[in-house]
Design a protein around this ligand. Structure first.
Ligand code: ACO
Length: 426
């Protein structure tokens, strides 16, 4: 028996099985159970994969207890305060931060690809006016493989990078177009003189021949939100992207799947739910009633934007956004009605024993919801903003999976609880 192993004893037979323990750079040790079925004839059961490492990765590290998040070894607060989203996107794709020159070249590659094929407009036309922008976004990303079929070879790194650039560059245009179509407003083409984040806000808000002024704090706030969402280890949408990638599907198919997985209110839809809940609470006077509901064991009501599955300390992303929200309040004319309700809830939750004991801190969605609302971004675009930030992370995870020579198609097993074979009645 190796020292770096764990022994499982089958108490029914007394049989012993050894499984190697793998050492990570950081984080808990990992038991390699790849041979578990071959060795024992049994499957393992792990609802929601809470104890399962599904892959090896060098991209993102989270320590939930310490409230720590790093991309490629760089702490999130350094990246969010000293670097732009495009620096971070480059870091995720190329494993290192760009020099000034490399960043310029990267920006140029993205700008060149920010327009979409004019025929894609027929796709937008085909959707009803009230279509959710996420429905349009997932379809449009999948359709990029048809509109840009010249570079689809997944074994050629240049073609993979072409797909990566196209996805990151075209998502803001698709997102802005889908919103403008849903409002019946004219679409605004990308302005190549503007930076990545400024251009997106411009396409969302401008009108033909009308000059609009964007405040630097608005651009900074959105850029920071993109950075904070750029990757988050093996969450539901990233796992969905990896599962699709493991079937040898191209990045357009995998990223479109990621968009669908992110749409759920338990994932990318959470910050939209924060604002909807604040609107439902309606006034500061109602806050105590809803806090009581959140604490009532017999009431399914939960305070949206509080608690996190992994962070049992303050979410480091929330710490950064809390400061940004305070600056926005100072610099912009913010809807004080919702903010007042949010401030009262935040204050109670940070001092009330129920929330303190359970470590239910305000999470990233609480603050990003408030910030996006302050930036007058419509609620149905919140998840789309999340996608724009997460796209480089998904692509980095797609590339990493493809680079692993022992990569296997994802094929989990199950605990079958259905009927035994039935004898058909004659
Ligand atoms: N409001 C009130 N009580 C809560 C809340 C909340 N938001 N979150 C957890 N609790 C309570 C639970 O009732 C439970 O209480 P108990 O110990 O008395 O039974 C205890 O806290 C632990 O809750 P779990 O659901 O076991 O915690 P878990 O870590 O599994 O859940 C989750 C995390 C799903 C995020 C949860 O806190 C929640 O539903 N929050 C609200 C939704 C939300 O903001 N989601 C966004 C998360 S961030 C992201 O995904 C990017």
């Amino acid at each position: 028996m190796s020292k770096e192993s764990i022994t499982v004893i089958d108490n029914r037979t007394g049989e012993k099985f050894d499984f190697p323990i793998l050492q990570p750079t950081l984080g808990p040790d990992v038991v390699d159970i790849s041979s578990f079925y071959k060795d024992t004839g049994m499957f393992t059961f792990d609802r929601g994969f809470t104890s399962t490492a599904s892959c090896r990765s060098k991209i993102t590290y989270i320590d939930g207890a310490k409230g720590k998040l790093m991309y490629r070894g760089y702490d999130i607060s350094y990246l969010a305060t000293k670097k732009t989203f495009l620096d971070v996107a480059y870091l995720l794709l190329h494993k290192e931060l760009p020099s000034e020159e490399k960043l310029k070249a990267f920006q140029f590659e993205l700008k060149k690809r920010s327009y979409i094929n004019e025929s894609m407009k027929k796709l937008f036309d085909a959707f009803p006016d009230n279509a959710h922008p996420m429905a349009i976004l997932s379809s449009a990303i999948a359709s990029l493989s048809a509109f840009y079929s010249d570079s689809l070879d997944m074994d050629t790194p240049e073609e993979v990078m072409e797909m990566a650039h196209r996805i990151i560059a075209k998502i803001p245009t698709i997102a802005a177009f889908s919103y403008r179509y849903s409002q019946g407003h004219p679409v605004i083409y990308p302005d190549l003189t503007k930076g990545f984040t400024e251009n997106f806000l411009f396409m969302l808000r401008a009108y033909p021949h009308n000059y609009i002024e964007l405040k630097p704090i608005e651009i900074e706030a959105l850029d920071t939100i993109f950075t904070l969402h750029a990757d988050h280890e093996q969450n539901a949408s990233t796992t969905a992207v990896r599962v699709v990638a493991s079937t040898q599907a191209h990045p357009y198919a995998a990223i479109s799947t990621g968009v669908s997985a992110l749409w759920g209110r338990a994932h990318g839809g959470a910050n939209e739910s924060v604002i909807r809940q604040l609107e439902m609470i309606g006034s500061v006077e109602n806050v105590d009633k809803y806090i009581a509901k959140a604490k009532d064991k017999n009431d399914p009501f939960r305070l949206m934007g509080f608690g996190h599955r992994v962070y049992k300390n303050f979410d480091p992303r929330a710490t950064i956004l809390k400061k940004l929200r305070d600056r926005l309040v100072d610099e912009l004319d913010i809807d004080s009605h919702l903010l007042e309700i949010a401030n009262k809830i935040e204050k109670i939750a940070l001092s009330d024993e129920y929330f303190v004991k359970r470590k239910l801190y305000p999470n990233i969605d609480f603050y990003s919801g408030l910030i996006l609302n302050a930036l007058k971004i419509p609620k149905e675009m919140f998840a789309v903003i999340f996608v724009m930030g997460r796209a480089p992370g998904w692509i980095a995870q797609w590339i990493e999976l493809k680079e692993q020579p022992d990569m296997k198609i994802a094929r989990p097993r199950q605990l079958y609880l259905g009927p035994d074979e039935k004898t058909p009645k004659e």
